[in-house]
Design a protein around this ligand. Structure first.
Ligand SMILES: [Ca+2]
Ligand SMILES: [Ca+2]
Length: 403
């Protein structure tokens, strides 16, 4: 017997075999109808066709905004999905979804139900997910996904916690900007829930090298981040986030997680006890807190104490009830930002935050918010991490005067 296989049913035989009962074939990504012709020694034939026999999904899927030629399985830019969700639903578990430039307005929250990386092609400046003031951004429902390189804006008003990102399971967000979440057309919305940018409800989540700017929680606590578990928040910048809730909370509220090398500036709590606070066993390390406010006026207040879980940290101006502590390595000093008026929160070379942190194993490979090495080897103290989300990269030079 001769077996004639036409694996894509295009009329051209792809494989001819004799005397075998089974065969193997590697299909590129796509959907295939398979035709088999069997010929006996007398030349008599029988045909078998299985429509849509094979659906082979790609390990990389593409998204091109409003692509008129979108066609499953979105395995190349030419037939990329027109929106983000279909590509996520298609890609192989553990694969990658690459999202092209544009503003993607969510009609419903983007749900990631298994491990994969969803990444913008050209970074957060070029790839924007908007909730239009009424829909949330991304929701992690399957363990082990990473979202990288998006600006997520005006998400956080559908009465669900976690406007830009909600973790129901372990996941990672890297190099993203949460901008004006909990707002619509810039105006804060009273319905925005806890964690108007991020709500963490699973252990092992990582939020690193992200910016949280102008996010508001109208109804609950945790304007930028509410960690209900044990998140690691690393190398992030929090600017002008507001908590409007009367039931307490803060711009970032932490349960049992760790906030490391983050900078908090100009966050405000109108209803609760502090601009930044922690519950349970949350830890702050290598951070800068500057000009955060409680109420509509008044001094900076953080619901922090230097004695337990706030270490290697700069507080400015002086905190109510908090003093500088040599043992906890807490300094009360102007962090000397490069240009706070222009939202440049990098530190000057003479900043007291320079080389004032505590090194950890994470610093060896970690990059700061600018993508620069965390431990700058030619710094004032060789290889000591700075406080805050930016590492000063100025080489330590010297002047020689010759007369
Ligand atoms: Ca063929
Ligand atoms: Ca340093």
């Amino acid at each position: 017997m001769t077996f004639l296989w036409d694996f894509n049913n295009d009329g051209v035989v792809d494989k001819e075999e004799t005397g075998v009962a089974q065969t193997t074939h590697e299909f590129p990504a796509g959907s295939y109808s398979v035709k088999l012709v069997i010929r006996d020694p007398n030349g008599k034939t029988a045909e078998y066709l299985v429509e849509q026999a094979v659906g082979s999904t790609p390990d990389v899927c593409y998204v091109v905004k409003d692509n008129p030629n979108a066609a499953w399985p979105y395995e190349k830019p030419e037939n990329a999905a027109a929106t983000i969700q279909p590509a996520i639903d298609t890609v192989l578990t553990g694969g990658k979804v690459i999202v092209g430039d544009g503003v993607y307005t969510n009609k419903s929250v983007i749900t990631i139900d298994r491990a994969m990386t969803v990444k913008s092609e050209n970074g957060p400046a070029n790839c924007i997910v908007s909730g239009g003031g009424s829909v949330n951004g991304f929701r992690f429902t399957g363990t082990g996904a990473t979202v990288e390189g998006f600006t997520v804006t005006e998400c956080g008003n559908d009465w669900n916690d976690g406007g830009a990102f909600r973790f129901d399971v372990k996941g990672t967000v890297v190099n993203c900007i949460a901008l004006n979440c909990g707002r619509k057309n810039g105006v804060y919305n009273n319905n925005s829930m806890r964690g108007s940018a991020v709500y963490v409800n699973a252990s092992g989540c990582v939020i690193s090298n992200c910016q949280f700017i102008g996010c508001v929680s109208g109804r609950k606590e945790g304007a930028a981040i509410e960690d209900n578990s044990s998140a690691a928040v690393i190398n992030c910048l929090f600017v002008r986030n507001e908590c409007r809730a009367s039931d307490g909370g803060a711009a970032a509220l932490l349960a049992r997680g760790t906030v490391r090398n983050c900078t908090f500036v100009g966050n405000r709590n109108y209803g609760g006890p502090a601009a930044v606070s922690r519950n349970a066993s949350g830890k702050f390390e290598n951070c800068i807190f500057a000009d955060n406010y409680k109420g509509s006026t008044g001094a900076t207040v953080c619901n922090l104490t230097t004695t337990d879980r706030v270490t290697y940290t700069c507080l400015w101006p002086e905190q109510e009830g908090v003093e500088a502590s040599e043992t906890a390595h807490v300094i009360v000093a102007d962090p000397l930002f490069v240009n706070a008026a222009a939202d440049d929160y990098r530190i000057q070379s003479l900043s007291p935050c320079r080389n004032a942190g505590k090194n950890g194993t994470w610093d060896a490979t970690s990059l700061d918010l600018d993508g620069n090495p965390r431990i700058y080897r030619f710094g004032h103290k060789n290889g000591i991490v700075d406080l805050g989300c930016y590492e000063d990269q100025t080489p330590m030079g010297f002047k020689m005067f010759v007369r």
